[in-house]
Design a binder for this molecule. Structure first.
Ligand SMILES: CC(C)(COP(=O)(O)OP(=O)(O)OC[C@H]1O[C@@H](n2cnc3c(N)ncnc32)[C@H](O)[C@@H]1OP(=O)(O)O)[C@@H](O)C(=O)NCCC(=O)NCCS
Length: 160
């Protein structure tokens, strides 16, 4: 259950499909930089990742399922200040693929609004389960996800 909080009135929200993907690039770049800083053993993964490569990965996944994109825009500038990309695959697994809100806009309910919209879309498609992968080093995000009922189930180790 998410605690209701005063939402910023200067933010507008837009939802859609893959066609919106390019609009997340500036915020994604900030997220990737942040992840490269805080990553434990896999810094190189983020340092070598480009938006075009990540975009291709997401589009490939969307081919076998569905993709949904939620954007938060600053109402004054129309600049994208946050986004959430979510998918439902052919096995009906719903995944929050990527979510980020620019630092200056955090803790005012934008992330919760994006997450709620993504989960509503995943539910609408009848997903059998919902997952989100959190990179090692970003455990601070657990508290946010716990608000939506997501908890650590297992830890996957990957060879470098
Ligand atoms: C996670 C993220 C999307 C949350 O966005 P946000 O707009 O700040 O979220 P909200 O304002 O809706 O926060 C809702 C609640 O989540 C929790 N929360 C959010 N950020 C938190 C943090 N850094 N530490 C602890 N709790 C946090 C709080 O309970 C918060 O409520 P409160 O502000 O009343 O205390 C944002 O912090 C972000 O972009 N982080 C960097 C990218 C990232 O880690 N993405 C997840 C990748 S797996």
């Amino acid at each position: 259950m998410v605690t209701a909080k005063a939402n910023r009135s200067d933010i507008t929200y837009v939802s859609g499909k893959e066609v919106l993907l390019d609009q997340i690039e500036p915020v994604w770049v900030e997220l990737n930089k942040h992840m490269a800083q805080i990553a434990t053993d896999f810094k190189q993964h983020f340092e070598s990742m480009t938006f075009q490569r990540r975009k291709q990965q997401l589009l490939q996944k969307a081919k076998d399922g569905e993709m949904h994109i939620d954007l938060a825009l600053d109402g004054q500038t129309d600049k994208v200040v946050g986004y959430c990309v979510s998918t439902v695959d052919d096995a009906k697994v719903g995944e929050v693929e990527s979510i980020c809100v620019l630092q200056a806009y955090r803790r005012s309910g934008i992330g919760s609004r994006l997450m709620s919209s993504a989960l509503a879309w995943i539910d609408m498609l009848g997903a059998s389960k919902k997952i989100v992968a959190v990179s090692a080093g970003n455990e601070v995000a657990f508290g946010f996800y716990a608000l939506f009922g997501f908890h650590v189930r297992k830890t996957v180790l990957e060879q470098i």
